[in-house]
Design a binder for this molecule. Sequence first.
Ligand SMILES: O=P(O)(O)OC[C@H]1O[C@H](OP(=O)(O)OP(=O)(O)O)[C@H](O)[C@@H]1O
Ligand code: HPA
Ligand SMILES: [Mg+2]
Length: 179
Amino acid sequence: MLKDDIKEILFTKEKIAKKVEELGKKITEDYEGKELIIIGVLKGANIFLGDLIRKINIPLYIDFMAVSSYGLSTESSGVVRILKDLDLEIENKHVLIIEDIVDTGLTLKYITENLKSRKLESLQICTLLDKPSKRKCDLDIAYIGFEIPDEFIVGYGIDYAEQYRNLPYIATLKKEIYL
Ligand SMILES: O=P(O)(O)OC[C@H]1O[C@H](OP(=O)(O)OP(=O)(O)O)[C@H](O)[C@@H]1O
Ligand code: HPA
Ligand SMILES: [Mg+2]
């Protein structure tokens, strides 16, 4: 069973849902009357994005980028590869990047540098989880769901070696699973 690998549940599905609703409300207020493009970072942000957009009450467009730096490891390789670029034209638009987790920050640093060269009206970041103790670069994050300690977490879209994304809650893994 998947749950046999779990050490501790950090955020239940109810707690996540409440936070997602709060974030959606704030984003709705901040972007009212603006043309908003939501960019999800695959694969991890998929579930968060799906729930969040249904709590944002203004017209919006959705696109995805796929990048990868962790592969099958619990440590960032530091090398971010773009696996899929955007389909939409984003020039002169208000862009909001949606992430599941900001850890070293290297993934978002790479993506924001890349997007900034495309002349946007505005660019902001929304992440469900922030692990500031592991940060290796400066990043401004406009919307943060929860701050988390320096532990490897899984669930609600977030994987270890491509597994555990389908857990409805966010949890730490038993050490013996990834050592
Ligand atoms: O701040 P960082 O240290 O760069 O880590 C954060 C990134 O790592 C994870 O993605 P991953 O590369 O594992 O790909 P995935 O979303 O497909 O799981 C996560 O979804 C973030 O995108
Ligand atoms: O804590 C984490 N868990 C899973 N994937 C991740 N990618 C960055 N940090 C993490
Ligand atoms: Mg991952």
